[in-house]
Design a protein around this ligand. Structure first.
Ligand code: C2E
Ligand code: CA
Ligand code: CA
Ligand code: CA
Length: 280
């Protein structure tokens, strides 16, 4: 009967109907994938300039699809946010990342990354129990709260309300907050007055043309000044060349992330970037 009642709709707006169907199917597939253990995590180095020692790693999720191979998060995170599965998937990501972080600390000692960063979506921040989920992941893994950074987007915190309350709760645990893709939102600078934040991730778009003469480096320059002035840590994202790295260092950036330093992988080479290695 449900199928019949959808028939007229299908005739008038076929695209909409197809999309709704695809969305529902993807949502169901994601549910199955989570139960079947098809998600895995990769970690991308965030390095300290100029020597390139890995200071932090950003956790990024991948879907090992039985037929399609590795699927990137851009293809399923938005759907997981819309159908709400991101809450459960995100909790799994947190537990897994904290467990991995604690393992590296135990195994590598002073070669372990100082910190581990995990992305959280708007839907997770809007949850009342999110800080408790983070607290449980820390306790279960034994990872110190001071080693964890939770990365959020400007749009996720723009709504205020529970999202901001959650950030305060996370900070009370001792967790750092990073604002992702900083500078691309509607009210980037305004947010800094109201949102508790420790790290600004300066968006790749401000890094891309930084070595070209003229206006291109102006915003990257302004953003490091804002970060310094407010006592925040700035991380330049999407660094792809040694020229960009050198220019960022010249502008005063101490932390950077991008393919130039390392792609997201299951296990970064923590010793490769140790002080001195890069200079030889
Ligand atoms: P993001 O948080 O801004 O993550 C950075 C993205 O840029 C990653 O793509 C990373 O692989 C890519 N990237 C890093 N360095 C470079 C570079 O030098 N050049 C270029 N062109 N790209 C670079 P990825 O892994 O495909 O993730 C895409 C987005 O999916 C992330 O953007 C984030 O918004 C979301 N995402 C990924 N993992 C998670 C997660 O565990 N939870 C949530 N909520 N979202 C996630
Ligand atoms: Ca991120
Ligand atoms: Ca980013
Ligand atoms: Ca992004």
């Amino acid at each position: 009967a449900a199928k019949e009642s959808r028939e007229p709709f299908r005739r008038y707006v076929p695209e909409l109907d197809d999309r709704a169907g695809e969305e529902a199917q993807l949502g169901a597939e994601l549910r199955t994938a989570l139960d079947a253990g098809q998600f895995r995590l990769v970690y991308q180095p965030i390095v300290e300039l100029p020597h390139g020692r890995i200071y932090d790693v950003e956790t990024l999720v991948r879907w090992e699809h039985p037929d399609r191979g590795t699927v990137g998060p851009a293809e399923f995170i938005p759907a997981a946010e819309r159908n709400g599965l991101i809450v459960e998937l995100g909790a799994w990501i947190l537990r897994e990342a904290c467990r991995q972080g604690a393992r590296w600390v135990a195994e590598l000692g002073r070669d372990a990354p100082e910190r581990i960063t995990v992305n959280a979506s708007a839907r997770q921040l809007a949850q009342r129990g999110f800080a408790a989920v983070v607290g449980a992941a820390l306790r279960e893994s034994g990872l110190s709260a001071t080693r964890l950074t939770v990365e959020v987007t400007e749009t996720a915190v723009f709504e205020g309300g529970q999202a901001i309350a959650t950030l305060h709760e996370l900070r009370a645990l001792g967790v750092r907050i990073a604002l992702d893709d900083f500078g691309t939102g509607h009210s980037s600078l305004g947010l800094l007055q109201t949102v508790p934040v420790d790290v600004l991730k300066v968006d790749k778009s401000f890094v891309d043309n930084i070595t070209m003469a003229g206006r291109h480096a102006v915003i990257a320059t302004a953003l490091i000044q804002v970060a310094d002035g407010l006592g925040l840590t700035a991380v330049a994202e999407g660094v792809e060349t040694s020229e960009q790295a050198a220019e960022l260092q010249r502008l005063g950036y101490r932390f950077a992330q991008g393919y130039h330093f390392g792609r997201p992988v299951a296990r970064p080479d923590f010793r490769a970037g140790a002080p001195g290695d890069r200079d030889r």
